[in-house]
Design a protein around this ligand. Structure first.
Ligand code: FAD
Length: 559
């Protein structure tokens, strides 16, 4: 029987950081990932990672304040304090591990400005920061000798009552199912971006961990808080990093005007993302765009800067929109990018289900609240990945493995999957259900929302779930059956979509990424609280948790 004290699900930055910490803490640790670790979505992060370094005259409390204001005061301030205080050491750790951050002319670590922050405190490697970090982290993973189950897909958790006992996973290469016993499981499975279409996220970002944890009794929190990024490319929806605006790019309407003057006269293009996306959507709706898009203008930055610091996004513009940002503005619009919500954890990654931890984008330790600041997510993965790995390692020392019948567990899961494979072809396709989900989410739970739209989505999701229960899987084979894997992912996506829609309908105010045309103002009296969703007998059940406020009193938000 495969057996580990700490089993980390997901090998993006959060997962690898957690696994390295747990192994260093003396636990027998393994990591499991449905793709090769360096293909995780963390690899796509472009812009950078935030840290307030004191020798730069910066201060973690300023970073914390910017983060709290960015969150529209929904972030838990105790967690934000921890993240911002840890940021400097975490950054230097990364540097020492081998991440070759850009340096300035004096040879010091270079910074760029990012949205919603009064200081330039974003450290970066060109416009491929995530890739640089992920590859270095992978080297550390290999060096530490951690067992890595690559291209294994977790299909279910094994529980004894509530307590987690292990997981069931499909080895994609062979089609074989395995049970892995574990004292503790850390979910680091990333976000659920692809349940919106289009999205900046990789196709693998399907909310599996949120779905698995939800079905195991975990609470999801702030699921209504879905971030639309202001600059996604026309057509494909691929991300054009905020780094462009950080380096000084302008946003222009069809007449060439910098419309942000009307919305954020001080911070302009570098107001926080929810503010800029709303401004863009308002302009597009007013007919001030071209083909549903506005323009990102980098032409004044000069060829040398673009080639040194923004070369990848320039190539994306050329390849996917036929526009070279050195020579012309490129067409952009707001697009789904990130989920602030996720599996509710405490500051050590613990969830309400014994033995289950979570960190990274799938988790919600509540450092992003209603709106995440750019470059705070990589920081979140590193800081809370490490903390959950440390905690799980020390907790597992005092725990025993929970016995379960391996053969029976595997046989039951095999029967469930075989039943999916045995379904008759009724003409339906999982791809069309996935597209319908993506369309309805992007139509009704986007930059602006209202009751009628959200109710439409909530009527459609049960229909999609009913279709999903019958949908055929055409490939009946064992080896690399991605048809089966995609079909399994869709189940998690539908659960996440429902959790997002019920939470958004419940929050009757506008705060952060939740902008309701029918409730256009923030209402601290009634809604300065988190909304949680748990799985009940009849479907999602809502609950509330207070927001932790340490020393920053909620105030009106202006940029
Ligand atoms: C295009 C893009 C650019 C970004 N740029 C920035 C940036 O510049 N700065 C910033 O701070 N943030 C950025 N972000 C956000 C940030 O990159 C992510 O939030 C973060 O990297 C998520 O890391 P993670 O470790 O939580 O998850 P991921 O890196 O998404 O990893 C998830 C892991 O879970 C595994 N997994 C999932 N489901 C299963 C399953 N069922 N079985 C087994 N394994 C599973 C996957 O294989 C993968 O290894 C960006 C995001 C995108 C999409």
């Amino acid at each position: 029987m495969l057996e580990h004290d700490v089993l980390v699900i997901g090998a993006g930055l959060a997962g690898m950081r957690a696994a390295i910490a747990a192994q260093a803490g003396g636990a027998n640790t393994a990591i499991i990932s449905k793709v090769h670790p360096v293909r995780s979505h963390s690899n796509a992060a472009q812009g950078g990672i935030n840290a307030a370094l004191t020798d730069r005259g910066d201060d973690w409390e300023e970073h914390a304040y910017d983060t709290i204001k960015g969150s529209d005061f929904l972030g838990d301030q105790d967690a934000i304090e921890i993240m911002c205080q840890a940021a400097g050491d975490s950054l230097i750790d990364l540097e020492h591990m081998g991440v070759t951050f850009n340096r300035d002319d004096e040879g010091k670590l270079g910074t760029r400005a990012f949205g919603g922050q009064r200081r330039a405190r974003t450290f970066f490697v060109g416009d491929f920061t995530g890739q640089a970090m992920l590859h270095v982290m992978f080297e550390q993973l290999v060096k530490s000798g951690i067992r890595s189950y690559e291209e294994w897909f977790v299909t279910s958790l094994i529980q004894d009552g509530e307590q987690v006992a292990g997981v069931l996973a499909l080895e994609i290469r062979t089609g074989q199912l395995h049970a892995i016993r574990a004292k503790t499981v850390i979910f680091c499975t990333g976000g659920c971006g692809r349940l919106f279409e289009p999205s900046t996220n990789a196709l693998i970002v399907t909310g599996d961990g949120m779905g698995l944890a939800y079905n195991a009794g975990a609470r999801l929190m702030d699921m209504e808080m879905v971030q639309y990024h202001p600059t996604t490319l026309a057509g494909s929806g691929v991300l054009i990093s905020e780094a462009a605006r950080g380096e000084g790019a302008f946003l222009r309407d069809r007449n060439g005007d910098r419309f942000m003057e009307k919305y954020a006269p001080n911070m302009m293009e570098l107001a926080s993302r929810d503010v800029v996306s709303r401004a863009e959507q308002t302009e597009i709706d007013a007919g001030n765009g071209v083909d549903g898009c506005l323009f990102l203008d980098c032409t004044h930055l000069g060829e040398a800067l673009i080639l040194e610091k923004l070369s990848q996004i320039r190539e994306i513009g050329i390849d996917l929109a036929g526009a070279d940002m050195i020579k012309e503005p490129i067409p952009i619009r707001p697009g789904m990018h990130y989920i602030m919500g996720g599996i509710k954890t405490d500051i050590d990654g613990l969830t309400n289900v014994p033995g289950i931890y979570a960190a990274g984008e799938c988790a919600n330790v509540s450092v992003h609240g209603g709106n995440r600041l750019g470059a705070n997510s990589l920081l979140d993965t590193i800081v809370f990945g490490e903390r959950s790995g440390n905690h799980a390692a020390s907790a597992s020392r005092d725990m025993d493995f929970i016995e379960f019948n391996e053969d029976e567990a595997v046989r039951k899961e095999e029967a469930r999957i075989q039943a999916m494979l045995d379904r008759p072809d009724n003409g339906d396709r999982w791809g069309s259900i996935r597209q319908a989900l993506g369309d309805t989410m992007n139509k009704n739970i986007a930059v602006y929302r209202n009751q009628a739209g959200m109710e439409e989505t909530l009527r459609l999701i049960p229909e999609l779930k009913a279709r999903y229960a019958q949908v055929p899987v055409h490939n009946k084979g064992r080896v690399f059956n991605t048809d089966l894997v995609f079909a399994l992912e869709l189940g998690y996506m539908l659960d996440c979509g429902e959790a997002i829609a019920v939470s958004a309908l419940e929050r009757k105010e506008s705060r952060g990424a939740q902008a309701r045309t029918d409730f256009p103002t923030r209402d601290d009296e009634n809604w300065l609280k988190h909304i949680t969703v748990t799985r009940g007998e009849e479907g999602p059940e809502l609950g509330y948790l207070p927001v932790t406020i340490t020393k920053w009193t909620p105030e009106e938000r202006k940029y």
